[in-house]
Design a protein around this ligand. Structure first.
Ligand SMILES: [Zn+2]
Length: 316
């Protein structure tokens, strides 16, 4: 049975490799500076550790990403509060060898994780999602890559599902055909994008310690995977996927699942009833806040009034 499986796998790999090689030979693959890595048969993720000495953590690291997990087995904990201070920024969309990345203006966007500030450097997509949750793989995974002053890395991951058209991504998606025409390292500016609009309205998150999902597979990375997904239309998803696949000879740019090696996935314990909602989530929070002030005051006033009435009755 195992032999049959291996034979089948070999056939599948041959077919996939043949497709990648033929497209590569057509000259679509971009020239790269420095150590090369990719997702085709010549530079597929399982080989990254052997491609260059500086990539050794990709094969030798024990806390690698992405991982698969079930939400039901995540351990509830009071996690350091997540506080993204996202806002408007001009984006510099850079064409890389295997992907495109949208760099924000330095210092314009940052996230506090507890007391620690992580500056948002850039965001990018993976097609399809890299992390697998409850056995499901979303069509896209969005990574907001942050770096702290001390060099610590944090990535907020957002899963993207197919649904309604989501306009905040349009300014970026509209330039993708131009980005695809750029030489590697070239970039295009996209003005007036409010990065805050690219986040879902709940920040409840799953967290674990992992690595970058591309070489040199740096450990550790503070992974913060949001529970709430965002929706893009089928056309929007296709535009992003086609751009990425165009860079990778038709292959997706998602690294295979890595071993957990005993790591535990933590999840925000939202026992306070907030559901992980933030002030930015909308007026409901304001209403809740107002109720939080007035209801206790009303209760105190009611109790005080009751006491006066009782005292009067006692006197009578
Ligand atoms: Zn990524």
């Amino acid at each position: 049975m195992r032999k049959i499986f291996h034979t089948c796998l070999g056939v599948v790999l041959f077919v996939v490799c043949a497709r990648g090689t033929s497209i590569l030979s057509a000259g679509i693959a971009a020239a790269q500076e420095g150590p090369h890595f990719g997702y085709t048969c010549e530079d597929y993720p399982a080989s990254w550790g052997n491609l260059d000495e500086s990539f050794s953590t990709c094969s030798e690291g024990t806390s690698q990403s992405p991982v698969a997990f079930d939400t039901a087995t995540a351990v509830k904990e009071q996690l350091p509060a997540l506080d993204p201070q996202f806002g408007p920024s001009t984006l510099e969309v850079e064409r890389l060898a295997v992907n495109f990345e949208a760099f924000v203006e330095p210092g314009s966007n940052f996230t506090f994780v507890g007391d620690k500030r992580f500056d948002l450097v850039q965001f990018h997509f993976h097609s399809k999602a890299e992390h697998v949750v409850n056995g499901e793989r979303s069509p896209l995974e969005l990574h907001f890559v942050h770096r702290a002053d001390d060099g610590a890395l944090a990535v907020i991951g957002v899963f993207i599902e197919e649904g309604a058209h989501f306009a905040p991504f349009d300014p970026l998606i509209e330039v993708l055909p131009e980005v695809a025409m750029l030489a590697e390292g070239g970039h295009i500016e996209v003005h007036a994008v409010d990065v805050a609009n690219l986040l879902p309205d709940s920040l409840r998150s799953f967290r674990y310690s992992g690595s970058t999902t591309t070489p040199p597979c740096v450990e550790p990375v503070n992974w913060i995977l949001l529970d709430r997904t965002i929706q893009l239309s089928a056309e929007q998803i296709a535009a992003i996927q086609q751009t990425i696949r165009g860079f990778n000879s038709g292959f997706d740019n998602n690294r295979p699942i890595q071993e957990l090696n005993g790591r535990i996935i933590l999840v925000d314990d939202d026992g306070d009833g907030s559901g992980g909602c933030t002030i930015a989530a909308g007026s409901v929070n304001l209403g809740t806040a107002m109720a939080g002030i007035f209801l206790p005051l009303s209760a105190i006033a009611f109790a005080f009034g009751l006491r006066i009435i009782r005292n009067r009755r006692k006197r009578q």
